[in-house]
Write a protein that binds this ligand. Structure first.
Ligand code: GLU
Length: 396
């Protein structure tokens, strides 16, 4: 008898990734010859730096074609620990035993959610937040508790706001600075009070620091520099964004050893090691410090110039409200009231694509339907033209 697919309870509420869906749609339209300006998915337009590509080519020739340890090759885990220790880590230095390398920071985040959270647990998610946090927490069968950020403070949350949203079942929280989708950066004081509250309450903190190196005003702070203890801290990072290595799929977690072992066991049954050759590419990125720093600085300088240019473009439309981006490569634009739609972000994203050929991600994907996200990780003239069209669509 033919079997018709019925989703299992595991994925009953699963939605497609809106960021990836917008990227796929923009790609398809471009494939049809429609000149879409794609400000959808956050993906640097730079090539992976040459020294990293060369290290990968050499690694293939040298035989990096087989399984590695599930948690990643030791030299890479040591280089990641050394990189973490370059900042003023509180307490004892980070060791390789705390590092698990995964198939992108997305897998590290998922490993952490599955291993720390489960049925009956509440997880605080400062909102707007990156779309996949909600899904990952739900896939772990835990309950998402959205904590709306303060519009008067770049849509960030405070420790007091988290405390007010907490329940006896709260097991942890997701923290992301610089933030996707807003580009907001938490100050040292803001992070310190949130980390102190989590430590006092015994909550896990999953600190997603994938945009840490992409910050424009003062540098963004890592939770590793601030948390008085790492007992409840999981720091997630990876090479995708700062090193222009999205397709290589290398991310990692820095977490207490017992949890790292659990995440390794989990990964051992789901995907095994991340691609061997990608690990050697990441090893070059993390250990050839001078070359890597030069490449990252150059790309971050370009992102800053683009940030300035898109902000200038939006300033020509004084009625358009947005979160001033201090990091990452996103700008979050308010579209509340757009054409009277129930979901103004979705209506706006559809209209701006159809009428102005600009792809953006609706804010509902990030838990705030009155907004849209535009990525300016694309050529400056396209980013400026795209934001100008967005403002025109909004003010027409
Ligand atoms: N993280 C990027 C974004 O938010 C890439 C797509 C994804 O993984 O969600 O656009």
């Amino acid at each position: 008898m033919p079997l018709s697919f019925q989703p299992s309870p595991n994925i009953a509420r699963l939605k497609e990734s809106a960021t990836l869906a917008v990227a796929a749609k923009a790609r398809a339209l471009k494939g049809q010859g429609i000149p879409v300006i794609d400000l959808g998915a956050g993906e640097p337009d730079f090539d992976t730096p040459a020294f990293i590509r060369q290290a990968a080519a050499q690694a293939i020739e040298a035989g990096a074609t087989r399984y590695t340890n599930t948690e990643g090759i030791l030299p890479l885990r040591e280089a990641i620990a050394a990189d973490a220790n370059r900042i003023q880590v509180q307490g004892t230095p980070v060791t390789a035993a705390e590092v698990v390398v995964s198939n992108g920071s997305k897998q590290s985040l998922y490993n952490a959610c599955v291993c720390c959270f489960g049925p009956g647990d509440d997880v605080l998610i400062p909102t707007p937040s990156w779309t996949s946090y909600f899904e990952m927490v739900e896939l772990a069968r835990a309950n998402c508790v959205a904590v709306p950020g303060d519009p008067a403070n770049a849509l960030k949350v405070t420790a007091a706001m988290l405390e007010a949203a907490a329940t006896p079942r709260t097991k942890g929280l997701m923290l992301n600075s610089p933030s996707n989708p807003t580009g907001a950066v938490y100050s040292r004081e803001e992070l310190a009070s949130i980390l102190a509250l989590a430590s006092e309450r015994g909550w896990w903190v999953i600190a997603d620091e994938i945009y840490l190196r992409i910050a424009y005003e003062t540098g963004a702070q890592s939770a590793l520099e601030i948390a008085s203890s790492r007992d409840n801290l999981i720091v997630i990072n990876g090479v995708a964004k700062a090193y222009a290595m999205t397709g290589w799929r290398i991310g990692w977690s820095i977490a207490p050893v017992a949890l790292s072992k659990a995440m390794t066991a989990f990964q051992g049954h789901t995907t095994s090691n991340p691609a061997a050759v990608s690990q050697y590419a990441a090893l070059a990125a993390m250990s050839e410090v001078a070359q890597a720093d030069a490449a990252v600085s150059e790309m971050v300088a370009a992102f800053r110039t683009r940030r300035d240019a898109v902000v200038t473009a939006l300033k020509a439309f004084p009625s358009v409200r947005y979160v001033h981006p201090e990091g990452a490569f996103y700008i979050y634009v308010n579209v509340e009231g757009f054409r009277g739609a129930a979901d103004p972000g979705a209506a706006f994203a559809a209209a701006v694509l159809e009428e102005y050929q600009v792809a953006v991600v609706p804010g509902s994907a990030f838990g705030t339907p009155g907004w849209i996200r535009a990525s300016y990780a694309t050529k400056q003239e396209l980013a400026v033209e795209g934001l100008t069209r967005i403002a025109r669509c909004l003010t027409a």
